[in-house]
Design a protein around this ligand. Sequence first.
Ligand code: ADP
Ligand code: MG
Length: 140
Amino acid sequence: MATERTLSILKPDATRRNLTGKINAVFEEAGLRIIAQKRLQLSQTQAEAFYGAHRERGFFKDLVGFMVGGPVVVQVLEGEDAIAQNRKLMGATNPANADAGTIRKLFAESIEANSVHGSDSAEAAAHEIGFFFAGTEIVG
Ligand code: ADP
Ligand code: MG
């Protein structure tokens, strides 16, 4: 295992319910370090670009609408095997299928309003971190 960085987003359903600290505590208690973080209101253009890989999916329009519906917190997490570790902490996309104790089982409202995003590969992590952060904003 190597030290990795991954891009995490606390989605609008999480910020609306004041869950930033509770979700960050899950990351930190698992040993992931939050080495960059900012709260943003995504524009329609940003949300469409970020989820561009899902453009052809039936839920794309709703997903973009949800992601621009309130503030998000974007963050870079660093740690051993951070990409897979974060995906494990997040749980399955659909909270109904998520393991006990995962963020989505604990907090998600629905398959769409599922509280968190996490990069799913090293390539995605590099792209997604660069999408939101300048190198000078990341302090490891
Ligand atoms: P994940 O976030 O677990 O990597 P995906 O990349 O497949 O999941 O999907 C991106 C996001 O799109 C999900 O986190 C969720 O917010 C939304 N989404 C995925 N599948 C559906 C669906 N069937 N209906 C509504 N929204 C969905
Ligand atoms: Mg995904």
